[in-house]
Design a protein around this ligand. Structure first.
Ligand code: GN1
Ligand code: MG
Length: 355
């Protein structure tokens, strides 16, 4: 799809429509992503606009990435961290009619996958996200700002669910009655979160560790680097590891409606844990090691709550293709959570074998 991107955005990066081919890429819910190819040299860039309804502090994104990029460049110069390119005027974003854009180099010879088709991919992806956590272990995360306030605060997500429940229509409430009950029945996950969160150190977290946010070598599928740095901010390790469990372990995505297909693949779990611990095994504290499996429950439950809350609010956050889609996504995430709980003992053994 060819899209009209304002000339002034391209100009800010020394480009023009005349010599650029534009293609929309990516499958994220929030930001628009485009691949730009220079017709003369075939040089490629990724252009992305920041959705300021969601990211209300776009400058915080740019500042966080800059601070982390500076640290990594100094401490680990060989590490590939695809920070955005500066504009011709030296700014870290281009602003046009109140919209914020940034351009990043396209990393040649890589692919971003939408789904995983081998445990090795789970190993490589988990390793890349864990490597970023390891390299930033000595970076003081309090130097970073929240790019979305309370983003992975489960208490806040539960409160938002309660507000939505109180305000929604009788019709939506009755359609979602089973999922509302499931949200309440799983409240013990929130209780555990409240008990442990103070024991877990603050770290720099990526906060969106899905498979399409890691670039793999297109031939060998070896991990190359992580991308999509908008939610790089202080957090707890359960965010990144938990979101990998949420998105790597099932063959089908959160959009799958046939719940019999929502099943956790143990061999992917094992590979993901091995990849993660190959970088973070010596760095995690004993308090963190105890809640490795819990991280999956935490993220699956939080995503179920977020989809359910959005459904009750009339689907104003996550784009949908049919009216009940956020409710379907909620069911999907609760099924994934229940499969994780059913397999808890064997999965914990796989963790213990690697610690
Ligand atoms: C959103 O835009 P995307 O798809 O990368 C969301 C994530 C959710 C994800 C669920 C800023 O991410 O937190 O896990 O949808 N990002 C934001 O698919 O809300
Ligand atoms: Mg994202």
């Amino acid at each position: 799809m060819e899209l009209k991107i304002d000339e002034s955005i391209l100009k800010a990066y020394g480009l023009t429509h005349q010599n650029i081919h534009i293609q929309q890429i990516g499958s994220g819910h929030i930001n628009g992503t485009y691949l730009l190819t220079k017709q003369t040299t075939a040089e490629k860039f990724v252009l992305q606009y920041i959705n300021t309804n969601v990211f209300t502090h776009p400058q915080a994104i740019a500042d966080n990435i800059q601070a982390v990029a500076d640290f990594l460049k100094q401490q680990f110069p060989a590490y590939l961290f695809p920070a955005p390119t500066l504009t011709v005027g030296g700014e870290n974003m281009a602003v046009c009619e109140g919209a914020y854009w940034r351009l990043s180099p396209f990393v040649d010879g890589t692919v971003a996958l939408d789904t995983l088709s081998s445990p090795k991919q789970a190993y490589e992806a988990a390793r890349q996200f864990a490597k970023l956590s390891r390299l930033l272990n000595d970076f003081d995360s309090s130097n970073l700002k929240a790019t979305i306030d309370g983003f992975h605060d489960l208490q806040l997500r539960f409160s938002q669910f309660q507000v939505a429940l109180a305000q929604t229509s009788e019709k939506l409430k009755s359609q979602a009655s089973e999922e509302i009950q499931a949200a309440i029945d799983h409240q013990h996950i929130l209780t555990t979160y409240q008990e442990i969160r103070q024991q877990l150190p603050d770290r720099v977290m990526h906060h969106d560790t899905k498979i399409s946010n890691v670039l793999l070598d297109k031939n060998t599928y070896e991990g190359v680097c992580v991308i999509d740095l908008d939610t790089l901010m202080p957090g707890k390790f359960i965010s990144d590891l938990g979101d990998m469990m949420r998105t790597y372990l099932c063959e089908f995505s959160e959009n799958e409606t046939d719940l019999s297909k929502i099943v956790i693949r143990e061999e992917y779990f094992s590979a993901m844990i091995k990849g993660y611990l190959s970088e973070m095994g010596d760095i995690l504290t004993s308090a963190e090691k105890k809640v490795i499996l819990f991280s999956g429950k935490y993220m699956m439950y939080m995503q179920a709550l977020r989809f359910l809350t959005d459904f009750l609010n009339g689907s104003i956050y996550y784009p949908i293709h049919h009216p009940g889609q956020n409710l379907d996504r909620t069911k999907n995430q609760f099924k994934l959570l229940s499969d994780l709980v059913n397999k808890e003992e064997e999965l914990q053994q796989l963790i213990d074998a690697n610690l």
